[in-house]
Design a protein around this ligand. Sequence first.
Ligand SMILES: Cc1cc2nc3c(=O)[nH]c(=O)nc-3n(C[C@H](O)[C@H](O)[C@H](O)COP(=O)(O)OP(=O)(O)OC[C@H]3O[C@@H](n4cnc5c(N)ncnc54)[C@H](O)[C@@H]3O)c2cc1C
Length: 528
Amino acid sequence: MSKGESVDRRRAIKRTVALGVSMGTLGAMNSGPLRANEFESIKTAIKPSNPIADLVIVGAGNAGIPAAIQAADLGVRVLLVDKNPFIGGMLNISGGHISGADSKLQIEKGIEDSPALHYRDAMRMGKYSNNSELLKIAVENAAAMIDWLAEIGVEFTPESPFFEDDHEHYSSARTYMGPDYGRSLLGPLRTELEKRIDRGDIKLLLRAKVTKLLQDDSGTVTGIAVDDDSGKASDFMAKAVILTTGGYGASQVLKEKYNPKIAKSKVVCLPHASGDGLIMAQQAGAELINMGHFVSFPGAIDGARGRLMFPPKHYPQGIWVNKQGERFVNEHAINPDERERAFLAQTDFGYFMILDKKSKINNEIGVKDWDQQQLDRQVSSGIVKKAQSIRGLGRKMGIPVQQLVKTVTEYNRSVVTGVDEKFNRQRLDSPIDEGPFYSIPITGSILISHGGVAVNHLLQAVESSGKVIDGLYAAGETIGSAQMMGTAVLSGMSVGPAITLGRIAARNACQYTQSQDSRVASCLITET
Ligand SMILES: Cc1cc2nc3c(=O)[nH]c(=O)nc-3n(C[C@H](O)[C@H](O)[C@H](O)COP(=O)(O)OP(=O)(O)OC[C@H]3O[C@@H](n4cnc5c(N)ncnc54)[C@H](O)[C@@H]3O)c2cc1C
């Protein structure tokens, strides 16, 4: 871990705590009866003639746990390794929304839908830059994934499947969630994992960071190098490796390299999303694709807790202006994609919400859980600016004052005429004309990363020439969310496909391990 990464990790932990989920809580949630094999005991049990596993899965998260369960059920001996002291990865804090057409639940509710419709929606929303082949596999297998989750005991809210408001609506109600968000999925997955660990089909190693993929002379992946939490290194050999290490939203180094524009956005994913799988796969020869597609959600408060509420849940009274003092989007656009794209185009990747006294009186602040007291507190802390005139506000904000005055005047005129000529905003309830005026600084927030490891339809990692790297598979956010979402963020299309494609990668890797049976698998310990 570089110095930059370690600072980044500490900051991200702080933010996680700010989200109300402490690392201690995460550990406690996932400790209990789950028996992780201790590093030492695994090492001593391993003899070259008695390899520990046919298949290594790196990352016991959203994609890795279902992959391990699937592989174990196919009779393959699995070693599941995670650097965290707990399992579940991002499911511990994720919204846990999943999407899919034609599940039993959706059919029972009489909702008309089909995987073909899901595919068409996703391609259109992703501006046709999704991986059409993989997307097709994911949507065609989504119902089986959702039915399987229900079978193992995942409970969905009574409204599921529904239209999710945080993202552009699909043409049919096809998003599901549990009452406890991602943790509603994690609970039953954990139980299923535990059963296989008890049966001896899966060995789970926690606090073990995989640092490198081992390859033979032909480039075939033959195992992993792992550091335990004291930094001791060991090599574990296997016939195949699946990378399910998640994305790189928490890696300042990778964001500065590939997405400098959004690098300062607020990180709201967990610190383990440091792109380890991408780095290791690239070192092994794999291509990284879609690295420029990063989407940072508009709406985090720069410097404070809270996030903007968007239509249709909330209609803030104010306007949004960029650092040039200009409006740049229909603030009430029902389609979040419209706001996300407009936000991505802003030079400094930040903007301000401008309110006046009326908004405050009506408690229409538009920030989740912010009331008048909270707004006043943020004024005292200097994060929110307050002034008796728009001119004074502009000066405090440090943006072009004349332009801000012009923007507010134009907006107020739109309220009178009922027509927003610039952005066709429909809700023009009240002018911004009564001091004191407020400015709330907004920035982007990072949940998922769109770039990742290039894979083929079997989830095998591939080089830029298209050549398959034998023995190496990847699924989940490691392959990048753009594979499913293109340049957009689609409802439930990260958590769901992580499970679907994780299971499919496991099936393909199992077939591969069987084809390798003539090779003598071994496990070497090379302590340094
Ligand atoms: C706040 C939030 C809300 C979200 N809500 C939704 C939603 O509602 N719907 C949706 O579709 N998506 C959502 N997402 C995105 C989604 O949760 C993630 O994309 C998805 O869960 C990632 O799954 P994964 O298996 O790829 O990675 P993870 O679940 O992050 O698992 C990766 C695992 O790999 C381990 N690991 C990493 N590197 C190493 C290494 N070197 N050695 C060993 N282990 C390693 C990590 O410790 C971790 O346990 C949300 C994300 C966030 C942050």
